[in-house]
Design a protein around this ligand. Structure first.
Ligand SMILES: [Zn+2]
Ligand SMILES: [Zn+2]
Ligand SMILES: [Zn+2]
Length: 736
């Protein structure tokens, strides 16, 4: 009998597992990797074959994911034994494993003075180590990885060919004698890990090459070096992620639930946003005004070896220049990071595909992914629909693309904001790599409706070769949520974010839809309000407040005028009067508006900063009060709320109280809209997507609020609620 196993079955120890299973059941035949999956020919008695197939499903290696098994009865010569045959190239695509944090078995060996890999910084096996980041082509075999330049020594070679070894066909297999090495550029040293710790202790900033690119590292307890890093990186406020030695260290600073601990220690090993218990010696400037810390544990063997000498948390932020893609090559690092770092820790295992650290959080027990990259990409998402071979380009910010065929979608790792040439180049390069690796030749390309997005321009250029279809941004969010949940039925979808191009040419971002996988009708939206001054206004929450007041409540504009220069006031007033503004229904902008009224910050330096600060403030109050609002026709009208917020402020109410009351109001708006729509449409399923739902307080309050109701609630599972998830939803346009 011939079996074809589809799914993530390569680079995860699947063939040795099949070999051992077949031998234990006294079956004959072979197993091989093809570019479609794993092919197995088995001969033997029927009951053993049945047992074999059963165990194939239930005993498969931990990192493998079996999508399906096809069986076929074939005539073949009798085999006298069971063997692992050479890989074969065929048409079709196979899943590629993401990169996996070093496993327990390898760590034990690395700690064993008698082991030949004692303190070897690149120890790995079929259950752990680099995968996607080193693959140049499939089938996944050593000559098609960046490990091809390292010729295995005799001992490694033996392990590699021994089906009973944990390193059987572990493509990155290596040791001190034959593998990659780690060094500090320009520094001769006996114990490199001791040296790294000395440099960090002495307030140096280091570039450290990881699995998917370089990190910039420094001592998170050293006030001076953290400010220095902020200055050099021109990143005044955006939080830095930290790497901590172990769970004991994490618990010293943060609250950690069982689920959060499991995720921290998982093979994906992402950055988990944890609630701060007490900062202690960590400098506040690591995550200014934030109640959460982004924390990860060591995930490469050499991270562990570094922490042998380090007993403080270190900043580990992606090495890039102002939001460009993460730097992955040694030469690039030296060329581009010179003004930021003092030393480079490098290795010579080349990174073929860059991946950033993934970022996740757990709220009310629910896992949410914010940045999907290392450990998760390029895992596929199984679709509840069938699609033509398609490429969905995503929107613009925090961008990903998704390649898909039939019922399989493969979202790319996080690529970044497509606002500069470097990011765009990486975007296009990654698309080409994906097409090559997964052997999907797109027949249709889907892009956002926004005429000015880079992705729309790419789509425009492709029009001569393939069919191009556009989709509205906020519908794509809701479709993304549905596909992410394997759901195609009726839904009331709340699509709340910062910015997206609407059907009517206005800037949407506070939209409520009803419908199903075949189409979504916009049934509610926040009342449009004007923003004067284009993109730069978005960085100045105060100006958003001023233009709002000029339009709707001129008497209040007078009362905040003292915060602005006469030039600003005149310019904004003129623009509002002449309607030289853009109109928006964005809830993200309403957060800015509220922050602007409260005078919380003059200028933001990273996306959603004002909204995040409001969320943090709101966590300090426990009021249950709400502000008034009106649901009329298809509009959510918040003028009464805005006026009341101003009055609260004027009366000297605490800003935490106002922020919390504002959050409560948004929850009430969602609640009332949902109930009203259910009465009208009998739809009982609610969905939340869009960047606003990264607001954990809002999410928490929503989940609490809807506990009393019997709505079915959909939240994202595999892709982010923010724009990083949009490309998945765009695929709906390629539906058969
Ligand atoms: Zn391992
Ligand atoms: Zn070796
Ligand atoms: Zn969006």
């Amino acid at each position: 009998m011939k079996l074809r196993v589809f799914g993530r079955v390569q680079g995860v120890g699947f063939r040795p597992f099949v070999y051992r299973l077949a031998v234990s059941l006294d079956l004959k035949g072979y197993v091989l990797n093809s570019s479609k999956g794993v092919e197995i020919l088995i001969q033997g008695d029927t009951s053993s074959i049945e047992k074999f197939i059963e165990d194939l499903f239930h005993e498969a290696p931990p990192l493998s994911v079996i999508d399906r098994i096809e069986k076929e009865y074939v005539k073949s010569e009798p085999y006298s034994d069971f063997t692992i045959k050479k890989s074969r190239k065929e048409e079709g695509f196979v899943f590629i494993s993401p990169d996996i944090a070093v496993c327990e078995d390898c760590l034990l060996e690395m700690r064993d003075p008698k082991d030949r890999r004692y303190r070897y910084p690149f120890i790995n096996c079929t259950n752990c180590g680099p995968r996607y980041t080193i693959i140049e082509d499939i089938p996944y075999d050593r000559p098609k990885t960046t490990m091809k330049k390292f010729k295995m020594c005799k001992l490694c070679e033996e392990e590699y060919h021994n089906p009973l070894s944990r390193r059987f066909h572990a493509q990155p297999n290596s040791c001190f004698d034959c593998g990659p090495s780690l060094w500090i550029d320009g520094l001769e040293t006996k114990d490199i890990f001791k040296e790294i710790s000395e440099l960090l202790k002495n307030g140096k900033i280091l570039a450290i090459k990881g699995l998917g690119g370089f990190h910039i590292a420094c001592d998170a307890t050293d006030k001076e070096v953290v400010s220095q890093l902020r200055e050099r990186k021109k990143r005044p406020h955006k939080p830095f992620a930290l790497m901590m030695k172990d769970m004991d260290m994490v618990r010293r600073y943060c609250y950690v639930s069982e689920k959060e601990e499991r995720i921290l220690k998982s093979p994906q090993s992402p950055i988990v946003l944890l609630k701060i218990k007490e900062l202690k010696d960590i400098v506040e400037n690591v995550a200014p005004q934030n109640k959460y810390l982004g924390v990860m544990l060591p995930y490469t063997p050499y991270h562990y070896l570094m922490f042998d000498y380090i007993d403080f948390p270190i900043v580990m932020t992606s090495a890039n220049i102002s939001d460009e893609p993460i730097i992955k090559d040694n030469e690039d690092a030296k060329k581009n990071l010179g003004h930021i770092v003092d030393f480079y820790v490098m290795h010579d295992r080349d990174i073929k595909h860059r991946v950033d650290d993934s970022v996740v959080f757990v709220e009310n027990g629910v896992f949410q992914i914010i940045r999907r990259s290392r450990g998760y990409a390029p895992d596929p998402v199984k679709l509840p629909i069938k699609v033509r071979p398609a490429l969905a380009l995503g929107p613009e910010l925090k961008n990903t693309f998704t390649l898909a065929k039939d019922d399989i979608a493969i979202p790319s790792p996080h690529i970044g904001d497509l606002k500069n040439k470097e990011t765009l180049d990486v975007f296009e390069e990654t698309i080409n790599e994906y097409i090559k690796l997964f052997k999907i030749e797109p027949e249709v390309v889907i892009s956002d409706m926004h005429p000015a997005y880079m992705t729309s321009q790419i789509a425009e250029n492709l029009k001569t070769y393939v069919e191009v279809i556009e989709i509205q941004h906020h519908r794509a969010h809701i479709f993304s949520l549905m596909l992410d949940n394997g759901y195609t039925g009726d839904i009331i979808g709340f699509s709340f974010d910062g910015t997206g191009y609407g059907d009517d040419g206005k800037v949407w971002g506070g939209e409520v839809f009803t419908g199903d996988i075949n189409g979504l009708d916009r049934v509610f939206h926040f009342e449009y309000f004007p923003i004067a001054g284009g993109d730069s206004a978005i960085q100045h929450p105060g100006r958003i407040a001023l233009s709002y007041f000029f339009e709707f409540m001129p008497h209040l504009a007078k009362k905040i005028e003292h915060r602005f220069t006469p030039f600003e006031i005149e310019a904004i007033e003129k623009m509002v009067k002449a309607k030289k503004v853009f109109y928006t229904s964005s809830l993200g902008r309403i957060f800015d508006l509220v922050a602007g009224i409260l005078g919380i910050m003059d200028k933001i330096t990273y996306e959603a900063q004002a909204a995040i600060y409001l969320e943090m403030l709101a966590m300090e109050s426990d009021t249950e009060k709400v502000y008034p609002f009106v649901l009329k026709d298809d509009e959510i009208r918040i003028r009464p709320m805005i006026e009341a917020i101003f009055n609260d402020m004027n009366r000297g109410m605490d800003r935490a109280f106002i922020s919390r009351r504002f959050h409560n109001t948004i929850v009430k708006i969602i609640h009332d809209t949902a109930c009203m729509l259910r009465e009208k449409t009998y739809i009982n399923t609610l969905g939340f997507s869009g960047g606003v739902f990264q607001n954990r307080l809002l999410l928490h309050l929503l989940m609490e609020k809807f506990k009393e109701h019997d709505f079915a609630i959909l939240l994202h599972k595999n892709v982010p609620p923010n724009d990083g998830g949009v490309s998945l939803g765009q695929l709906v346009m390629a539906k058969y």
